[in-house]
Design a protein around this ligand. Structure first.
Ligand code: PGA
Length: 244
């Protein structure tokens, strides 16, 4: 099984999200590919309704770490689960860098998600400065340690997405061989904390042209795609490239 996770970010309004999900439902999704869409919060209930009876999976882009209370503007993992989401992104680079989410907050969100029965997709990645300074592994190790230390979970409950910050939305995709090496390193790092095998996705400027160069790598379980996942024709091309 290879995963194609479509992070629609804040690219699409409600009408556009609904038009896209209708187009996505009409695509033939190969049996060995799992497609999950991550719409904006407001569109999640309608998308959940629209995908009933299809093989499309659903996730949210974020959640709060507490289940209820005086947290203006927040949406809890429980609430996300309650309207039919299976997945939730945790610690996406834009949440970390634009909204100031810390490693500690990401850990709390992962715990809340697991408790709510959601599968967190933990996003990790180094900045260009960290990479250039030879600190890539150190930063990734830090992000992994804060999430995985003493965390209990079962197989299939957690995903990791390696998304180098410098590759997100820039067109400067990570070299596939380099990404595969990093994935191998991440897998061995995760083994320090758990015997459970965690699927690791690559994200950052993936599109229809380069997607297969990632999904054919042995350590890459799938892709988390932003910009190129917001159009039905490019989703269709990526699905067939992954299945080929
Ligand atoms: P991108 O975004 O595909 O537009 O680079 C990936 C992501 O942020 O998940």
């Amino acid at each position: 099984m290879k995963y194609l996770f479509a992070n629609w970010k804040m690219y699409l309004d409600h009408a556009e999200s609904m038009a896209l999900i209708e187009a996505v439902k009409a695509l033939s999704i190969p049996q060995d590919v799992e497609l999950a869409v991550f719409p904006n919060f407001l569109s999640i209930p309608s998308v959940a309704w629209a995908i009933q009876g299809s093989t499309v999976h659903l996730g949210a882009q974020n959640c709060a770490w507490v289940s209820r209370g005086a947290y203006t503007g927040a949406v809890s993992a429980e609430m996300v689960r309650g309207v039919g989401c299976e997945y939730v992104l945790a610690g996406h680079s834009e949440r970390r860098h634009i909204f100031g989410e810390t490693d500690t907050a990401v850990r709390q969100k992962v715990e809340a998600s697991l408790a709510a029965g959601l599968k967190p997709v933990i996003c990790i990645g180094e900045t260009k400065e960290e990479k250039d300074a030879g600190k890539r592994e150190a930063r990734l190790a830090e992000q992994l340690a804060s999430v995985f230390e003493d965390l209990s979970f079962a197989s299939g409950q957690i995903f990791v997405a390696y998304e180098p910050v410098w590759a997100i939305g820039t067109g400067d995709a990570c070299d596939p061989q380099d990404a595969d090496d990093v994935h191998g390193w991440i897998a061995s790092e995760i083994k320090k904390y758990t015997a459970v095998v965690v699927p690791i996705l690559y994200g950052g400027s993936v599109d229809a042209k380069n997607v297969a160069s990632y999904t054919t790598q042995p350590m890459i379980a799938g892709v988390l795609v932003g910009g190129a996942s917001t159009k039905a024709d490019s989703l269709a091309e990526m699905l067939s490239a992954i299945a080929a």
